[in-house]
Design a protein around this ligand. Sequence first.
Ligand SMILES: [Zn+2]
Ligand SMILES: [Zn+2]
Length: 471
Amino acid sequence: MANVSVVDNLPPLPDYTFRPLPPLLPWLSDQHLSLALPVIAYWVVSLIFHLIDEWDLFPQYRLHTPAEVLKRNHVSRWHVFRDVVLQQVIQTIFGLTLAYVEPQTMFGKEDYDVAVWAQRIRLAQRAVPAVLAMLGLDAVGIAKGLVGSHATFASILLGGVYPDATQTILQAGVPTTAPAFAVWELQLAKAVYYVGVPFLQFIFAICVVDTWQYFLHRAMHMNKWLYVQFHSRHHRLYVPYAYGALYNHPVEGFCLDTLGTGIAYLLSGMTCRQSMWFFTMSTIKTVDDHCGYCFPWDPLQHLTSNNAGYHDVHHQSWGIKTNFSQPFFTFWDGLLGTKWTGGDVSARYERAKIAAQKKVDDESKPPTITGTSTPTSASDASKASEQASTSRQQVLSDSQNGGPTVLAEEASEEITATQTLSEQVPSTPQSVRRSMRKRATSSGLKGLADRFGESLHGRRSGVLGVENGSR
Ligand SMILES: [Zn+2]
Ligand SMILES: [Zn+2]
């Protein structure tokens, strides 16, 4: 029996006692675990994508060929690895500092909090008769007819009257009968407390991260000094791969990623254990956005339209001034008109592939990327060419990272690619792709994987998850 008091004829709230929450792992505090998990997830997921890359398991879903990774990037894998580790060290030190000042996590108030929600549910029911009266319905009359068959429903119609739901409590030390919650009220309150509120906290935190990253990221592209000093480093990767996701200047890594997710965590009021999910999922999403593949079966690439294909456009010399949104949604790009509007990007991708292919003696022929549409209007087409031109201007002015060379190479590549495409494409892209596939699936593991992929997914289509520019 709890020693509580009844207020306003509501079921009373139970007592609670705070106790220190034992950590999930006996040898590591939850705060430290929440710092370790994103780093572990980053490297585990990156390793999976790296092995897919190395063993060439799913060539049909590649956004770029291995030749492009080799020839078009302006930074070695070692430098990428080193800078990512540096960023993770900074992020962990920052987290450790915060964990040091953060109070010990306590628990024991859950039943009380659930009861608070149950009280709100009870209070909300009190409005039911008045609302029904506004609709011209007699709640009491309807309820009388339902008492025998649907007692709970009748109780709700009467404004949350549960004569049979009682409990014995100690009121000022004297056992007293007090109202109690109905079973459904407690179940609904638990669902709100354990599922509804955390879900809203996640959505809110995701929106905070997206907003924070969009505006900082966009500022890094709009301000030449910021771009050259900090953000151009990330754009040395014209062909992103999974563990390049956090390849940033340390200042940018701290400001965009560490602060962005940290602020979202604080503003959303998440618990430490919720933050484990949030930090880890944000990390995995960022890795996935840079993985270099458009997998039809990767749920992260279908939850929102911001996926590997979408972000890959931002890594191209012609799309660098578009698709700033990361890592979850694309609404800021949509609202502020920075979404890539050029529609079909397959020719641009094909050009880069052919050129890189020429540079290395790679016998595997990559498939043609399809699945995007053409610009739908003259205004889209002109906006697209303006987007591509301002994007190229940014690359050009970044001489430190070989910008002019990139564009010069692309210009000559374009001539070769246009010739090749005009020989290939006329109106039978399917047959061309099939013949390319035949050559690519000659033997071995790669051939097996190709056939496996084909049988699983049928004909390839829509590999590149870039949205139509018509919106
Ligand atoms: Zn960028
Ligand atoms: Zn990126």
